[in-house]
Design a protein around this ligand. Sequence first.
Ligand SMILES: C[S@@+](CC[C@H](N)C(=O)[O-])C[C@H]1O[C@@H](n2cnc3c(N)ncnc32)[C@H](O)[C@@H]1O
Length: 293
Amino acid sequence: MAQFHFVEDYEAYVRKLLKDMPRKQAMEEAIGGAFDHVGEIEAQLLGYAGLKDGMYLVDLGCGSGRAASALGKRFEIDYLGLDVVQDLLDYASEISPPNYRFQLNHALTLPVADASVDMFCCFSVFTHLLHSETYLYLEEMARALTPDGRIVFSFLEFLQPGHWAVFNGTVEGQRTSQVPHLNMFIERGAIEAWCKRLGLEIVRFVDGTDGSPWGGAPLGQSIAILALGEKRKARPFSPAEHDRLRAQLATKTQAIESMATELDLARAEIDVLKQSRSWRVTAPLRALRRVLG
Ligand SMILES: C[S@@+](CC[C@H](N)C(=O)[O-])C[C@H]1O[C@@H](n2cnc3c(N)ncnc32)[C@H](O)[C@@H]1O
C-alpha cells in the first residue's frame, strides 16, 4: 500500500486508462483532457504571472506534460516537472523540450534548494489534496522561492457557480456508495489565512471565468498568484554570502582583540607614570585617562 492517498489514487487511475485505451488518449485523459487548449491557457497565464526566458519554473503535479509542451513553444526556461506517476512523467518528457527535467516525487517535501525557484505552478493538483497537504507544499514553495518569485496555483471554490458541478458529482458518488475521487474546494479566506502564517502575500486572484488578464480563454478553475511577503524577502543569505559575512566578522573580532591588548598595555604604562608627581606628567595623564575611560 502506498504511503499517500494521492499516489495510490493516481497510479490506479492511470493503470486503468492505459488498459482501456491507446497510450496517447490515456495520457491526455489522465490529466483531464483538452490537452492543447488547456496547455495553451496555462502557458499564457504563467506569462501573465511574470514567467520570462531564463527563469527556473517548477511544475508540481505536471502530469503528462500539458503545460510543459505548451511552455516549450513560448519560453526558453529551466523547467522541472514533479509528479507521483512515472508513466505520466515518461510521456511528458517525450513531448517536451530536451532540457526539461521530470522527476518522480512521492513526498510532501520538494526536491529543490532554498531560494532557488523563480516560479512554481500547480494546476488541478490542490483540488485533489487534503488541506494539510496543500499547506505543506505551500510551505515548501515559500522556502524554495527566490525573493521576487511567484507561486501560481488553481483551485475550486463554492462561490463560483461553474465549480458546483464538481462538488455535485462528488456528492452523487457518496450517495450511491461509490468512493469518489477526492475533490477539495479551497475558499479564498483559507488561502489568505495560510499566506499569513507562511509569510506569503496574495498578488491577485483570478476568477475561473476570466481570461482577460492574459487576453485569452479562461482556465475554468480559479487562480491564486502568491509572492513572498516583505519580511520573508529579507530572510535569505546564500551560502556564499554567509561565508563572506563570517570571514568579515572574524577579521573584525581579531582587530578588536588586538586593540584590547594595546589598551591593556597603555593602562599599565599609565599606572607606572601615575607614580610620578611632576605636573608635566600628571596633566597629560589626566587627559589620557578621560579618553581611555
Ligand atoms: C488533474 S492532473 C493535472 C496535471 C497538470 N498539472 C495539468 O494541468 O495538465 C493532476 C496531476 O497531479 C498529480 N499529483 C497528484 N498528487 C500529487 C502530489 N502530491 N505531488 C505531485 N503530483 C501529484 C497527478 O498524478 C496528476 O498528474
